[in-house]
Write a protein that binds this ligand. Structure first.
Ligand code: ADP
Length: 184
């Protein structure tokens, strides 16, 4: 049973690694960013509500994202495991998730922080060129990361759940390290 929560700044490589791990372990990759971008594309009520926040690099309100994650984690394909990428992003969301996992009887989740220095992250995001990857929006996303999301590192460290992997290596090396900490 593999249950993984991925932490790390935007551009740390969470999405890339999460996809590889999900394929390798045959478990769903649950990316809140991907779900929100799809909702936006389809112009669903959720997408329409989320759009303004995403365009500015702000967080979508906790309640919207939490409902979305609860719905997704309640699907039958999560029974054999999952990898969460982009959630939680606030301490509020982390508290919600701990309660949700308890309620769903999903235990033993591993929390992995993918560490990458700031200057590397900015370079990677500028190269990526996604629609919401303009320099201004990237700066805002990093600010939001520092103030809202980085505190999760201490949150999980205090709960003795934090595992750390150096994300500033080749994709293969990062994957190798991840595999080790996740299966240990
Ligand atoms: P990145 O790859 O830059 O880390 P994501 O693809 O994970 O970005 O998310 C893109 C955008 O979607 C975020 O900037 C934010 O507006 C929104 N978003 C994704 N996950 C969450 C979340 N857990 N809480 C609030 N907003 C979120």
């Amino acid at each position: 049973m593999t249950r993984v929560i991925f932490l790390g700044p935007p551009g740390a490589g969470k999405g890339t690694q999460a996809k590889i791990i999900a394929d390798d372990w045959s478990i769903p990759h649950i990316s809140t960013g991907d779900i929100l971008r799809q909702a936006l594309k389809d112009q669903t009520p959720l997408g329409i509500k989320a759009q303004g926040y995403m365009d500015k690099g702000e967080l979508v309100p906790d309640q919207l994202v939490q409902e979305m994650v609860e719905e997704r984690l309640s699907q039958p394909d999560t029974k054999l495991g999952w990898i969460l990428d982009g959630f939680p992003r606030t301490v509020n969301q982390a508290v919600f998730l701990a309660e949700l996992l308890h309620k769903l009887n999903h235990q033993g989740e591993k929390v992995v922080n993918l560490e990458v220095p700031d200057e590397i992250v900015i370079g990677r995001l500028l190269e990526r060129g996604r629609k919401d990857d303009t320099e201004e929006v990237i700066r805002r996303r990093l600010q939001v990361y520092r103030s809202e999301t980085a505190p999760l590192i201490d949150f999980y460290r205090d709960r003795h759940q934090l595992l750390t992997v150096n994300g500033n290596q080749s994709q293969e090396e990062v994957f190798g390290e991840l595999k080790k900490v996740i299966s240990s």
